[in-house]
Design a binder for this molecule. Structure first.
Ligand code: 2HG
Ligand code: ZN
Length: 466
């Protein structure tokens, strides 16, 4: 709770109607899509301008109040959870797209612009903002930047980081920084832009971004392939990538398919069920001739890597196939899954997966484990479903016990403990799997420079000191 002098000082900078303290707002804005932490925010503020954001940050420093930045709240690691009486700073009302430069092919957006709105804007200009994921309809560009969001087209276009030409940020101490000014070339010392991208709101607040756009994607083919053995997925990847440009290369297990079909009351897409499926999208040559696609497909069938498959014959069918992959996360949400999001270098993936499969079968014999993810990026999402009779805390502890083994394997394979979901609150204690003690000490040092009073999303990414 804020004290009455704290609230009065806040109301002197933000009008009272844009400071919400009612139970519903505190609950709604105090959490993200993670369902493991009880929200406990002190207030939610909705600034309209950079000046107001700066004023709130100065107020927070003076009052010793922590801030949790809040975008579309679609995160899966608890990075936007306010569980310690923090003030939530929502960017929801800073959602203007305001400067399009057709020559530079950049557009300036306030932090609260929803990803799908940016994608639609780009399309209106005959261009593309290519970072895409299932939560594009809710996630905001500021949050995407803070978490360096990835998604389904990373194999072709990279992550959010690759599309940010400039950033305006308010640091934890209230300074306004202009990072990189939208330039293509700028070798003038440390590039703070890249420190803020992926910093999960622990250094300051992204208030505005200059985003790059590109040419629209060429016509493409979408295929769903049934693959009996998970390691063969890598052979399929190679077969297609050596012949065509991949736009996406995703996979999911048959169990994951069962859940998405049940949630959507849909029919299986192929006559035969197999343990794994690859959903891939590849660019067609200018003639839109799909012969090279069929050639790659046939090669995979001949080799026995793939036993069945379908090539979408229409946009509508392509979208329906995509929904099978993109709908998994929402379909299993009611089962409060325990999530891991890990990555290894793709060439090491088959060995890593064999080990991991054996380990999970041994240590989670009673739990349903679902596999899916962006396998073309070496990125696996592993979801363990909570049996209905288990209490949430008991289930979480059981999963965390197994995590020791899982992360030991990730470390052995020099992988990442968080590929694209960030560290937040839920994965904070595993940071040392991927980052050395020296790395973490330097990260703390960087945080102290930009946020000396530790008011920016404290306890996320890095454990609180002491
Ligand atoms: C996806 O790829 C999202 O569908 C969510 O990153 C992953 O639910 C998950 O574990
Ligand atoms: Zn994902």
């Amino acid at each position: 709770m804020l004290t009455s002098p704290q609230l009065s000082a806040l109301q002197a900078i933000i009008p009272a109607e844009r400071i919400h303290c009612d139970a519903d707002s505190l609950d709604r804005y105090g959490q993200d899509w993670t369902r493991y932490t009880r929200p406990q925010a002190a207030a939610v503020v909705f600034p309209l301008s950079i000046e107001e954001v700066q004023a709130v940050v100065r107020w927070a420093n003076a009052q010793g109040v922590a801030i949790v930045p809040s975008g579309g709240r679609t995160g899966l690691s608890g990075g936007a959870v306010a569980a310690q009486g923090e003030v939530v700073l929502s960017f929801e009302r800073m959602n203007r797209i305001d400067q399009f430069d057709p020559l530079a092919r950049t557009v300036r957006c306030q932090a609260g612009v929803v990803t799908a709105a940016l994608q639609a804007f780009a399309q209106e200009q005959g261009l593309l903002y290519p970072v895409d994921f299932a939560s594009s309809g809710s996630s905001q560009i500021g949050g995407n930047i803070a978490t360096n969001a990835g998604g389904i087209r990373v194999v072709r276009y990279g992550m959010t980081r690759d599309w940010i030409a400039g950033l305006t940020v308010v640091t934890g101490s209230g300074e306004l920084l202009q990072c990189n000014l939208g330039l293509n070339k700028n070798n003038s010392g440390y590039d703070f832009r890249h420190l803020f991208i992926g910093s999960e709101g622990t250094l300051g607040l992204v208030v505005e971004a200059t985003v790059r756009l590109c040419d629209p994607a060429p016509p493409s083919a979408v295929l769903l392939l049934a693959v009996p053995q998970l390691p063969d997925i890598m052979a399929v990847f190679h077969a297609f990538r050596s012949r065509l440009t991949l736009q996406a290369f995703e996979f999911f297990s048959d169990q994951a398919l069962t859940h998405v079909l049940a949630a959507r009351q849909a029919q299986p897409p192929l006559a035969e069920r197999q343990p794994f499926y690859v959903l891939l999208e590849c660019e067609l040559p200018p003639s839109a001739d799909d012969a090279p696609v069929l050639q790659a497909f046939e090669h995979c069938l001949e080799q026995g890597w793939v036993v069945d498959g379908v090539l979408a014959q229409s946009q509508q069918q392509a979208r329906a196939l995509w929904r099978l992959r993109e709908g998994i996360s929402a379909a299993i949400t009611p089962r409060t899954p325990y999530k891991n999001d890990i990555a290894v270098v793709i060439s090491r993936l088959p060995d890593f997966v064999s080990w991991l499969q054996a380990l999970l079968a041994r240590d989670y014999p009673d739990f349903e484990v679902l596999w899916y993810g962006h396998i073309g990026d070496g990125n696996l999402h592993i979801n363990v479903l909570k049996p209905e009779s288990w209490e949430l805390e008991e289930f979480r502890h059981a999963c965390e016990a197994v995590n020791k083994q899982v992360f030991a394997l990730v470390a052995e394979f020099a992988g990442s403990m968080s590929a694209e979901h960030g560290v937040g609150l839920l994965k904070r204690d595993y940071l040392g799997v991927t980052r050395s003690a020296a790395d973490i000490a330097l990260m703390r040092g960087v945080k102290a420079v930009f946020d000396p009073n530790n008011i920016m999303n404290p306890g996320k990414l890095l454990r609180r000191a002491g």
